[in-house]
Design a binder for this molecule. Structure first.
Ligand SMILES: Cc1ncc(COP(=O)(O)O)c(C=O)c1O
Length: 331
């Protein structure tokens, strides 16, 4: 066809005209975006159309960055110190120097939340390799950057907790340990897993490694109650060390004491074993815990949210709303 089909009149936009262009990009879904901090500006914006990252930041064109997501509930950050420790770990694994200390990052997060003026919100925090050019070479970038985005905190509908969710096995190849353990901005396998779930009409898909062991979901961990009444989670080998599942395993000690479960175990879980589970569950920061009542079109347990799920959910909710040790006040 040649160039003749191209429009001759794509305009060149000057700096002065740019804000008019941005304003026209306002969309309703952006009402859920409350505030953004960028270390490039060393400031905070609350207008969603200004929440921008430069295209030459290697996080944009190479996925060269790490991130975290945690929640603020009724004015308190939940479990934030473990999220920040994981951020530090992820950054160290990919050799990105954090642009600030963890204390400074926490201060920036709190200021950004305050600018967004919501006591309940979700914090997404990105540490990027930084702007510097368009190759893969990380040495192109003079300094790493921090972006903090505050959005609405949205829970799944009540019915998902009361009636349960559906899941199936994923066909997306599982990440090697090194990459699975890092919360990097290189999440293409996770994106494909989410697409798989949406396309097949289930709530979650769960990956399986080459040895047949179950792993995790898109951005959630998996757990189950075995026939022998053992609360089992996959080992943190080919999956991310989820803060929610770790906290749930600590809280579950109470259930062992009360005799509701025999013990808690991090071990290899095969599909066969999982299909015979009394209960299956998903764990993640935003929703805490959800009961899986159907896996690969087969009913799990009695097809209803089980008692271990109910007790774990109660314990996590109590932790999120009232355990000072895990709460960091913002306001
Ligand atoms: C791949 C992956 N697995 C598991 C989780 C659950 O981790 P957390 O409980 O810390 O949210 C996440 C979190 O987003 C994730 O990205």
């Amino acid at each position: 066809m040649g160039n003749s089909s191209l429009s001759p009149s794509i305009r060149v936009i000057s700096s002065n005209e740019f804000s008019d262009v941005l304003v026209k990009l306002r969309r309703d879904y952006q009402n859920q975006y409350y505030a953004m901090y960028s270390s490039l500006w060393n400031g905070i914006v609350t207008d969603p159309v200004l929440m921008l990252v430069p295209v030459d930041d290697h996080m944009v064109h190479r996925g060269d960055g790490v991130f975290e997501a945690f929640k603020c509930v009724n004015g308190n950050l939940y479990n934030v110190h473990r999220h920040l420790k994981r951020l530090e770990y992820s950054a160290s694994q990919v050799c990105i120097d954090l642009p600030f200390s963890l204390d400074e990052i926490l201060h920036i997060v709190k200021e950004t939340i305050k600018a967004g003026s919501r006591r309940d919100c979700l914090v997404r925090l990105f540490v990027s390799r930084g702007p510097g050019g368009f190759t893969t070479d990380p040495y192109e970038c003079p300094s790493s950057q921090l972006y903090v985005v505050i959005t609405s905190l949205t829970y799944p509908p009540r019915e998902k907790y009361e009636k349960g969710v559906r899941a199936k096995l994923s066909k997306v190849p599982v990440k090697p340990s090194f990459f699975a353990n890092i919360k990097s901005c290189n999440y293409l396998p996770n994106v494909l897993m989410k697409k798989e779930a949406v396309d097949s009409g289930v709530d979650f898909v769960i990956c399986q490694d080459e040895n047949g062991f179950l792993g995790e979901s898109t951005t959630e961990n998996f757990g189950m109650v075995s026939e022998e009444n053992v609360l089992k989670f996959p080992r943190f080998d080919r999956i991310l060390r989820g803060t929610t599942v770790v906290r749930a395993s600590e809280l579950a000690e109470e259930l062992v004491k009360r005799g509701l479960i025999e013990r808690i175990e991090f071990s290899n879980i095969t599909l066969d074993e999982a299909m015979k589970a009394k209960e299956m569950m998903m764990f993640g920061t935003t929703f805490d815990v959800l009961p899986i009542v159907e896996f690969n079109n087969t009913v799990i347990g009695n097809g209803k949210p089980g008692k271990v799920f109910k007790e774990l959910y109660r314990l996590i909710l109590k932790d999120v709303s009232g355990n000072a040790e895990f709460l960091e006040p913002v306001f």
